[in-house]
Design a protein around this ligand. Sequence first.
Ligand code: IMP
Ligand code: MG
Length: 179
Amino acid sequence: MKLQIADLEFEPLFSHEAIQQRIAEVAQDINNDFEDRQPVFVGILNGSFLFIADLVREIVVPCEVTFVKLASYFGGTSSTRQIRDDFDLTIDIKDRDIILIEDIIDTGNTIKFLIEKLQVREPRSITVCSLLLKPDSIEHSVEELRYVAFQIPNKFVVGYGLDYRELGRNLRGIYQKVG
Ligand code: IMP
Ligand code: MG
């Protein structure tokens, strides 16, 4: 079923059920890797709000959950390279194991910016977990990227937290732009 959002047409890519299935698998890996570490999950708002909510409900190791807010897109369908830093972490991350939760890694610019900013505060480790990765558009290698739920082609997507002109974040599934 096709979907119209503002001036663009979208078609289904991943169902809500497929997303939940993959999240459970990724969470299992994190549970295994972070036993006895009390990691801090840091959701990057706005796009990751649904992903982190569903992911942490599958986490069984003791953990903390907090957020930062960055914006890099400003309404279009391609990366602007300009990052707006809207709000910062409110906790001390020195010697902590940080897991950054991102909705999508496109060029890698946003996540690189955040990693560099947090590294100065001397966390014990920084690991990245992204719902989506567009391997064909990555411009910065992100060594910290350890968990990816889905690799997707270089096409604009919306839904399950991701927006087009701030619309579509509420959709249960993920949709890709037609054409
Ligand atoms: P990057 O800095 O190019 O890696 O872009 C990362 C940010 O751009 C993500 O956190 C998203 O907010 C946004 N973004 C990248 N690709 C898409 C997309 O296909 N749909 C919606 N937002 C996207
Ligand atoms: Mg984002």
